[in-house]
Design a protein around this ligand. Structure first.
Ligand code: AMP
Length: 364
């Protein structure tokens, strides 16, 4: 039987943000080398074995055994080249769904995966017409390309006259029902190269203006994992995935998936035996995936647009600071993980941390 050290592997990561940073920190306990494609000041570059600028993507991909990404909207040529070399995991089929929202939504429909009711519009004028005819001017218009963290999305609640400018937009849109959800949830799951599947318990998520603010769990409901398995099997997915849901009167609807480790899985660094980051590395390098049972209740608060984090926060949680130079509105600068003996305990700690980090309330 091969041993782990005989198996020493070079891993290339496209994108050097906090997700890559945590992937490397978690992977340091294995005999892996990490190469990152991004600018030298990116968080993951600071902890990588080698950093390559985006212009040098071919050099990096040629040198490594397997290539993954921490951001699906990273340089397209690099993703394509890694796929062509047979090194990209998860494979390009998953990224392609994320390049165009209409493709992702259509995929759900074709695979009988539950998602909010939607139509595809070829331009802004058609989008507004569909909104009127099908949704009585209450719905969400989402630009098909380039939308994440709430960008390129218009929530219209009858006040359609404010959105006249959309008529002149020439891009494709997804026009979606406005979901009056009870809460949002997500699941983090992992699938290895042999098709073995494991999922963490789902979590409750709180988003504001399209950005995750905090989440906590576990939420006990097996239906999320069943959906995750169906989606991952159909894509022959390898690695960690994050899938976001709306829960409305007991019905669960997929909002979207992220083909990578996910912000709502950061709590697994402290509340699980094997984190989402380690699982991803195990899956893409062909190692056995690990236990996903939680060791405790857990949660996370994002540090958004401020570097003013009172030290008192450390009484209640554990801070992960990404080391980004510039503080900008909505920018994710770090997060605080929380564990607890029950859900109430975790929620209370999150409440306290929210008040400590955002004494004037959130400004997003
Ligand atoms: P997304 O960028 O698609 O993940 O959307 C960001 C956030 O906007 C979600 O987490 C929800 O809070 C909200 N949102 C998106 N689509 C809808 C919808 N159809 N109905 C209600 N809220 C939505």
């Amino acid at each position: 039987m091969k041993s782990l050290t005989q198996n020493s592997i070079k891993i290339g990561i496209l994108g050097g943000g906090q997700l890559g940073w945590m992937m490397i920190l978690e992977g340091r306990k294995y005999p892996f080398a990490f190469y990152v494609m991004d600018e030298p000041e990116a968080p993951a570059c600071k902890v990588a074995d080698k950093c390559f600028t985006p212009d040098d993507y071919k050099k990096m991909i040629d040198e490594v055994d397997v290539v993954t990404f921490e951001f699906e909207h990273v340089k397209e040529e690099a993703l394509q080249y890694a796929e062509d070399q047979g090194k990209l995991l998860p494979r390009l089929n998953t990224v392609e769904l994320k390049r165009e929202r209409w493709k992702e939504k259509t995929y759900y429909k074709e695979h009988n995966l539950p998602t909010p009711r939607f139509y595809i519009a070829n331009d802004g004028e058609e989008a507004l017409r569909i909104l009127k005819d099908e949704f009585n001017n209450v719905g969400v218009l989402k630009q098909s390309r380039g939308g994440y963290d709430g960008k390129g999305q218009y929530f219209i609640k009858g006040d359609v006259e404010k959105y006249g400018f959309i008529k002149d937009m020439k891009c494709k849109f997804v026009v979606e029902e406005f979901v009056n959800f009870n809460y949002e949830a997500s699941i983090i799951a992992v699938r290895d190269r042999n098709g073995n599947f494991k999922a963490y318990p789902p979590t409750f998520n709180y988003n504001e203006k399209g950005i995750l603010v905090y989440n906590y769990g576990p939420l006990k409901d097996n239906r999320f994992a069943e959906i995750a398995k169906r989606l991952m099997d159909s894509l022959e997915y390898v690695g960690t995935i994050g899938i976001e849901f709306f829960v409305r009167d007991g019905e669960i609807l997929i909002n979207e998936f992220a083909p990578r480790v996910h912000n709502t899985g950061h709590y697994t660094l402290d509340a699980a035996f094997v984190s989402q980051f380690e699982q991803h590395l195990r899956a893409i390098t062909g190692l056995e995936i690990g236990a996903t049972e939680l060791l405790s209740y857990g949660g996370m608060v994002n540090i958004l647009g401020t570097d003013n984090v009172p030290l008192e926060v450390l009484k209640y949680g554990k801070v992960y600071w990404y080391g980004k130079k510039e503080v900008r509105k909505r920018r994710k600068l770090g997060h605080v993980n929380v564990v607890g003996s029950n859900l109430e305990d975790v929620k209370q700690k999150i409440d306290i941390i929210m008040k400590l980090i955002y004494p004037q309330g959130l400004d997003l």
